[in-house]
Structure formats: C-alpha cells, structure tokens
Design a protein around this ligand. Structure first.
Ligand code: DAH
Length: 362
C-alpha cells in the first residue's frame, strides 16, 4: 500500500519536473514501461489472494491511469511551450528599417534621367523612345547630315555588317549602325505623328571613342517641339526654365552661343554661368561659362524629310549629355567612373530608392 503511494508521489513529481519530451519519456518508461516500477507492481497482483487482489487491483489501476493522464497532459504542455518559444525566437519585426548593407542604390545616371524627364514632363513633353540599332537614313540623312560630314566617318560610328534588303530595283545594301545620337528619335516621331509634337527622348548612344572625356556608350536626352508660329523665344524660355529647375538655381544665367548643327538653323550652344574657386566649380556664380547643351530651330529640310510642311510648322530641338548633367549636379569628377561598376563608388554617389522618389534630395 505505502509502496504504490510512494511511487505515485515520486512519479507525479518527476512528471511535473520533466523539462523536455525526452525527460518525460524517460520517466514514463521508468514507471509504466514493460520493466517500469508500476508495471512490475501490477505483476505482483497474480500472486495475491483474491481479496487482496481486488483492493490492490483497483488502487494500482487508479495510480497507473492517473500517471498516464499526467504524462499526456505534460506532453501537451511541453508542446505548447515549445511552440511559444519558437514563435518568439522567429518573430520578424517588419517595422525595423532595412539593413544598410543590403540596401541597393540607384545609379546616378538613372537618377539624372529621372530628374530630367520629370522636369520636361511637367512642361508638357512626352517621353519617346527609339531603337539603338538604327538605319543610316534616320541617324544621318534625314537629319540633314551630308555623306561627307565627319560624324559619319568610321572612327565615330559603329557600323553593322551591311545587310541585303529588297529595294525597288532589286537587292540593295542597307547600312545599319548603332545610333550615335538620340536625334533619330525626332525623325521617327515626326514620321509617325502630326504636329503639335512635344517629346523628349532619353537613351543610350554609341560612338567609337574612348579617353578621359569620352566613353563608347553614353546617354543623351533629345527634345523636340513642333507647332505653328514657334520661334527662338520659345526655345530660350523652355531651356532656361529647364536649366534653372534642374540645377535648382532660380536665377541661373544662360548664354546662347551661335553654333552649327546640320539639323537646326539657326543653331546655338548653351552655356551656364559658373565660377572656379580653389579648383572647385560653383554653378550660378559669375566669372566663367560652361557648355551644357546644343539646340536650334529645326531645319526646314528636316521637317520636309519627314513630310511636315515647313511653311506651316516650325519647331525647336535640343540635345544634351546625361552623364555631363549628372557630373555637374552631383559633383562627380570622372566620366569613366560611371561604367566601372565599383560598389564603393555606387554607394557614395548612388541614391536610395526613397531619395529618388523624392526628386533626388540627398
Ligand atoms: N545630336 C547632337 C549631338 O549628338 C546634339 C544636339 C544638338 C541635338 C542640337 C539637337 C540639337 O536636337 O538641336 O551632338
């Protein structure tokens, strides 16, 4: 009698104190396993007198059932505890900021293109695109660039192997090339659409050139505005507003310097006011001038090449280098560094996605 009671209390405590499912299984085997103490005690029932067996049988069974139940209960408790512990240890706090070492960066070129197109968009321009592999007509002839123009020479242009194409009088050889400027997008747009036209075309261009200030690929943004009664005053207002917005200098002075482009007449290059102090370039301060873009009134021949009546319509165009604009605005000294894919450079000059959305405020 005292044996079974002693065993009951020993095992009840052991069950309660079991810290893991393994511990609990050890206790179960010791008490209720084949060779367990309770099981062995049950076996003694056979040798007892019927009287004694009746009393002790009930008692032993009760203890066995009770311990079994306790074990089951404890098992369930341990499982709940384990689940709670796992949930706590694996919780992800989604409100924490992202880990900086994993944050990517927006390349300054992407950022500059974004800022440029945003400004032009706000002035009512649409963004247009064209292919990088162009034909000779769109890249040169239609833009009034005669065959003897230096831009056509091999050292500037990447030509593709000539392809045969069916022409009116049989097979003709078609010259294809990697576009050397975004100006062919002007041609493509005017061929497709009737005026009024107001587009900017950002994109990659290619020239066979490599030194400190030239890379074989770079980026330009082209602007084209065609309508009735358009004159140089519209061009000046448009690019002045653009430069002041892009460089965030509301008083910035611009200089229109007469120049030459085959596709515009008259043509001009635009300089912005700047100053150099202790080797540093300060935009918007008087003293010196810095060239930022080319522009002009679209040449009547270009309009006619695209089927637009030059007596009825006029327009202006402009073109600028995106790398150059990014270098000036973000203070990047070396053009070639844009293409070095140097992680440290990108971390230094790159923009976070949030900054990019907010218009590049660093
Ligand atoms: N296409 C010229 C270049 O690559 C840039 C340019 C100058 C474009 C004047 C224009 C323009 O549309 O009007 O050098």
């Amino acid at each position: 009698m005292s044996d079974i009671k002693a065993l009951e209390s020993t095992y009840s405590i052991a069950i309660l104190e079991a810290a893991s499912l393994n511990d609990l299984e050890v206790v179960r085997l010791k008490a209720l396993g084949k060779q367990g103490e309770i099981s062995l005690l049950m076996k003694t029932l056979g040798k007892m007198s019927p009287e004694e067996r009746k009393d002790k049988g009930v008692l032993f069974n009760d203890v066995r059932t009770k311990l079994s139940k306790n074990i089951e209960q404890k098992k369930a408790d341990l499982a709940t505890q384990a689940l709670t512990a796992r949930l706590v240890s694996e919780t992800v706090d989604v409100s924490l900021p992202e880990r900086p070492e994993e944050a990517g960066a927006i390349h300054p070129l992407t950022q500059a293109e974004y800022e440029l197109t945003e400004i032009f968009r706000s002035m009512g321009f649409h963004v247009a695109e064209g292919p990088h592999i162009e034909n000779d007509f769109n890249n040169f002839s239609a833009l009034n660039i005669p065959p003897e123009h230096p831009a056509r020479e091999e050292q500037d242009t990447f030509y593709l192997p000539k392809r045969e194409k069916e022409g009116v009088d049989g097979k003709i050889l078609k010259t294809m090339l990697l576009r050397t400027q975004t100006s062919p997008v002007q041609i493509r747009t005017m061929m497709k659409k009737k005026p009024p036209i107001r587009i900017v075309a950002p994109g990659r261009v290619y020239r066979s050139d490599y030194d400190q200030t030239h890379t074989p690929t770079f980026h330009q943004i082209e602007g084209l505005f065609i309508d009735r009664n358009i004159h140089m005053g519209h061009l000046k207002r448009c690019v002045t507003d653009f430069c002041r917005a892009f460089f965030e200098l509301p008083e910035l002075k611009l200089r229109f310097r007469p120049s030459f482009f085959p596709f515009t007449e008259p043509s001009a290059e635009i300089d912005i006011e700047c100053n150099r102090r202790d080797g540093e370039l300060i935009l918007g301060e008087s003293g010196d001038w810095l060239e930022v873009m080319g522009c002009g009134m679209v040449h009547p021949k270009v309009l006619e090449n695209c089927g637009i009546d030059s007596n009825e319509y006029q327009g202006f165009a402009f073109g600028l280098g995106i790398e150059r604009m990014a270098m000036l605005k973000y203070g990047i000294p070396d053009l070639r560094s844009f293409y070095d894919t140097d992680q440290r450079w990108l971390r230094h000059y790159g923009f976070s996605a949030f900054e990019a959305l907010m218009g590049g405020a660093k």
